[in-house]
Design a protein around this ligand. Structure first.
Ligand code: GLN
Length: 232
């Protein structure tokens, strides 16, 4: 698909107010103004650049998120891979922990990959740690792949007809996925891509392959951000 047509797929209709000069009054009327989706990527550490590149190829605008003010400008958010303990500490120190929970509860889309998936889970093991507790699942840290060399597997995915390439780098296993989660992809009998309404989590790294399927799906979720929010 050419980049241009992808761009229009993810255009977002925004409603704003206009002032009519001759009358001088402010009329709050729906003013349809096509704007690109703006997707924030938590940029503490980890592979946030690869997500930004993929999203821009698909026609979205991207913003590195380090503060609550950054987050407030976004239509969707990616929590990238990295080290979930470090990321969690940063979220707590910067007040982003509560801000991201509010962002999710407002119906805006969040996609967590690997460490990001750990942050979204309700329960984290190996070792146990706190998390945002937004998706009803139990994850076991450091289960797939080595830290420096990645392991690549192929597994079925509901978002496409053929098998999906999955890069695992010390990713978590989703040991339990609650009934509120839809399993979109599996590897070795375990869920590796799960969704609950506006929330998406992958234990692998789709940003490190040439397959844009998962990011396209996330942008569709983000463009429907007025959807009813998920509850864990
Ligand atoms: N092992 C990391 C953690 O448990 C996640 C690794 C990754 O994001 N690739 O936080």
């Amino acid at each position: 698909m050419p980049a241009d047509s992808r761009c229009t797929n993810f255009a977002l209709l925004k409603v704003s107010s206009v002032r009519i000069p001759k009358v001088g009054a402010r009329y709050i009327v729906p003013f349809l103004n096509e704007a690109r989706l703006k997707i924030g990527i938590l940029a503490v550490q980890g592979d946030f650049e690869a997500h930004a590149t993929r999203l821009r190829e698909l026609g979205a605008e991207t913003l590195e998120v380090r503060t609550i003010a950054d987050l407030e400008q976004c239509d969707g958010l990616i929590l990238p891979g990295g080290e979930s303990t470090t990321q969690l500490q940063f979220l707590q120190e910067e007040g982003l922990y509560d801000a991201i929970r509010n962002f999710a509860n407002s119906g805006r889309a969040i996609f967590g990959t690997c460490a990001g998936a750990i942050l979204l889970a309700t329960e984290v093991k190996n070792p146990p740690q706190s998390s945002l507790r937004l998706m009803d699942m139990t994850v076991l840290r450091n289960a797939y792949g080595r830290q420096v060399a990645s392991d690549v597997f192929f597994g079925p995915c509901k978002l496409k007809s053929g098998p999906m390439e999955m890069v695992f780098i010390r990713g978590p296993i989703i040991e339990r996925a609650g009934n509120s989660l839809e399993v979109l992809a599996e590897y070795a009998g375990k869920p590796v891509l799960v969704q609950n309404k506006n929330l998406l989590a992958a234990t692998f790294h789709p940003e490190l392959t040439s397959d844009a399927t998962v990011h396209e799906h996330f942008l569709q979720m983000a463009s429907a951000h007025s959807a009813k929010p998920a509850t864990a």
